[in-house]
Write a protein that binds this ligand. Structure first.
Ligand code: HEM
Length: 81
């Protein structure tokens, strides 16, 4: 995941990364303890983690859901086989 390339990711890539970010905020695994030891100012408070999590949840909710109905393109690709 490279946040500087966020705009180039597809919806499903973004959705997966957001899920990983949500999990990372819940497990307090990020930033890694060894990193925080060297860079104490990188530590995130519980409030900051909550705010990252609510951003990630909102972003993920805004991604259009897959309907399971094949799109025109994938449909025609199948037929031209
Ligand atoms: C809450 C969001 C996150 C924050 C604030 C965060 C922050 C950080 C920071 C500050 C570092 C240390 C600097 C570095 O190695 O570049 C780091 C390392 C790392 N992060 Fe994250 N990160 C987040 C989410 C994630 C996610 C979602 C993943 C992947 C699923 C991830 C995977 C890693 C890995 C593999 C490392 C290297 C760990 C190591 O050196 O042992 N991080 N993260």
């Amino acid at each position: 995941m490279d946040l500087s390339k966020w705009d180039t990711y597809t919806d499903s890539e973004r959705s997966g990364y957001l899920l990983a970010i949500i999990a990372a905020t819940e497990s307090h695994i990020m930033p890694p303890a060894k990193y925080v030891w060297m860079h104490p100012r990188a530590k995130l408070s519980d409030a900051e983690l909550r705010s990252v999590k609510s951003w990630a949840l909102a972003e993920r909710a805004a991604i259009p859901k897959k309907t399971g109905i094949p799109s025109q393109r994938s449909d025609s690709r199948k037929r031209s086989r």
